[in-house]
Write a protein that binds this ligand. Structure first.
Ligand SMILES: Cc1ncc(C[n+]2csc(CCOP(=O)(O)OP(=O)(O)O)c2C)c(N)n1
Ligand SMILES: [Mg+2]
Length: 563
């Protein structure tokens, strides 16, 4: 056999960009730094679109959002030290949300390591516990190997973020090595008897429910679960911020288990005699502070399906543990047959009725602007509309009352990270220019990453950000009034004119102070074709759909009279 031709000499930076291309990367997000000039230069004549951002926190959240929508690692480049620490919120989101993502960090030259050189950080130590894997590349020749492994680690099993530190001199070092092959994550299928055992458990059940969560889903898998639910007439709930895993207009949909959950759904889950938990971990929020089922014995036959065996039995000991990705499990459900008669009668119909009852239009709130109007507007948007949010009480209305109807229509962090909605929306709009994208933000939430509105303008991403301005960190004020009624401290906000802010950046801005102006303002934002902010002045009394701020305070004072 003739010897293989030896590969052309390439810099570390070129090897890196070639590895991205081999793995189908067409877009990366980042903030530049002198620590990785060689990569910027290699990107400049590649086919990778580099979305330059204003702060690494937003850049990392954009990459995370891309990973969440596509199932392939979102890519982010940041500089050493402050660049990397700014990006850490995005890493934490990717970890808690099981999102594939790779953060590349410029690093000081190898010869300077350990002296606490300018902006030196030990990335393995800092990101080791925060990310799925953190690594530093020591020689250019190993770039193909390590980047290929990073793609695999990010996607395989339970997906998550990988952090790769790139010493400056490794990026300029020349190596003569071949590229690694493109990476496809291994699929994990249910074992030979798993689905038969699942069928047996279903045949013995009288009150079964399914809860969908986690990662490794796609549109096909979601459709397969829908068909399964129909054949078994099964109530299906979704986990915290996972509404996109089952269409809300489907007769089998029973609601979500997140914050401010339907008490009837919790009661139903507690009455169930079979729980099928597919893809998720049933963490603190969906399990209502780990109170929903027993630990370690859930107290009910539990079928737990997860792509990572480490997650099976980590908290709850299931009756049947199935080590499979959500999508492989969904495909295998086609083979599970229902009994001739389904003994759970109107169990599913009642679950559906409870959901519809709980999510009727929101009741009227205090003040001149109604959250119900926003919810009505969102429901009327095309069903593929992508709705994004960060954290704050404003999101309760979105999660409870909006009807998500398709995979990929929701970007919301289960880590409860404020500031996520805007950058997630920008990333979604850049990736899906023909799809309407709305970020629903709080006034506190928006300004955590509000500078990324400039990124939307620069990259022509006409998102609509609805900023719900109640002049406070409302969620914390709510807790404050409950625990320390009347002692308001550190939760009031003096806000800018958000509409003027949008215009100053070259976008469209409008302020809404009455309910009549709400819908025309949203229509005008969409019609503008520009990145837009609809600044909604919400009465601070409207603290949740269920109660007002003064009612909350009065209740707390009655329970703990001062003095
Ligand atoms: C990054 C981050 N910092 C702080 C918090 C704690 N926190 C949760 S909600 C909230 C207030 C949110 O305020 P706002 O966005 O105005 O929404 P509102 O609750 O007023 O609707 C805060 C400070 C958080 N979740 N994330
Ligand atoms: Mg607020």
């Amino acid at each position: 056999m003739p010897p293989l031709p030896s590969p052309a000499p390439r810099t570390g930076a070129r090897l890196l960009v070639d590895a991205l291309r081999t793995n189908g990367v067409s877009r990366a997000f980042g903030v530049p730094g002198e620590s990785y000039l060689d990569v910027l230069d290699a990107l400049s004549d590649s086919e990778v679109d580099f979305v330059v951002c204003r702060q690494e926190s937003g850049a990392a959240m954009m990459a995370e959002a891309c990973g969440k929508l596509s199932g392939r690692p979102g890519i982010c480049f940041v500089t050493r030290g402050p660049g990397a620490t700014n990006a850490s919120a995005g890493i934490h989101i990717a970890q808690q949300d099981s999102t594939p993502m790779i953060l590349f960090v410029g690093q000081i030259s190898r010869a300077m390591r350990g002296r606490e050189a300018f902006q030196e950080v030990d990335y393995r130590a800092v990101f080791g516990p925060l990310a799925k894997w953190a690594v530093e590349i020591d020689e250019a020749a190993r770039i193909p190997e390590i980047v290929a492994r990073a793609f695999r680690v990010a996607m395989q099993g339970r997906p998550g973020p990988v952090v790769i530190a790139l010493p400056e001199d490794v990026l300029s070092e020349i190596a003569q090595v071949p590229d690694a092959p493109a990476v496809e994550p291994a699929e994990t299928w249910p074992g030979l008897t798993d689905m038969m055992r699942l069928q047996r458990l279903l045949w013995a059940a009288k009150r079964p429910v399914m809860i969908l969560g986690g990662a490794r889903w796609n549109a096909r898998a979601v459709a397969a679960v829908e068909r399964f639910a129909e054949r078994f007439d099964l109530p299906v709930a979704v986990s915290f911020r996972r509404q996109m895993l089952f269409p809300a207009d489907h007769e089998c949909f029973a609601g979500d288990v997140g914050f401010s959950v339907n008490p009837k759904l919790i009661a139903r889950l507690k009455q169930a005699d079979l729980v099928i938990l597919a893809g998720g971990r049933l963490g603190e929020v969906p399990s209502q502070g780990y109170s929903l089922f027993g630990i370690p014995d859930p107290g009910v036959p539990l079928v737990h399906v997860h792509a990572d065996p480490e997650e099976l039995g980590r908290v709850y000991q299931p009756s049947l543990a199935i080590n499979a990705s959500a999508s492989a499990f969904a495909a295998a459900l086609e083979g599970v047959q229902p009994p001739n008669e389904l003994p759970w009668g109107d169990w599913r119909a009642q679950a559906r009725a409870d959901y519809l009852d709980w999510t009727q239009e929101p009741p009227a709130n205090a003040g001149a602007v109604q959250m119900a109007t926003l919810v009505r507007y969102l429901r009327a948007l095309p069903k593929e509309t992508i709705i994004c949010n960060g954290a704050g009480n404003f999101a309760i209305w979105v999660h409870r009352f909006h009807r998500f109807r398709g995979f990929g229509t929701q970007l919301a962090p289960t880590s409860g990270s404020m500031g996520y909605g805007l950058p997630a929306a920008v990333a979604a709009k850049i990736a899906h220019p023909a799809t309407p994208v709305v970020a629903v933000c709080g006034d506190g939430d928006f300004l955590m990453t509000g500078q990324e509105f400039a990124t939307a303008v620069q990259h022509g991403a006409p998102i609509v950000a609805v900023v719900i301005d109640n002049g406070m960190y409302g969620t914390i004020r709510m807790h404050q009034e409950r625990e320390y009624p009347t002692r308001v401290f550190g939760t009031t906000l003096r806000n800018p004119d958000f509409a003027a802010y949008a215009r100053a950046f070259g976008g469209f801005g409008v302020t809404v102070e009455t309910d009549e102006a709400f819908v025309p303002a949203l229509d005008a934002a969409f019609a503008s074709g520009l990145p837009s902010i609809v600044h909604v002045k919400l009465d601070p009394e409207a603290i949740t759909p269920a109660t007002s701020l003064s009612a909350l305070r009065a209740k707390a004072l009655a329970a703990h009279p001062p003095g």
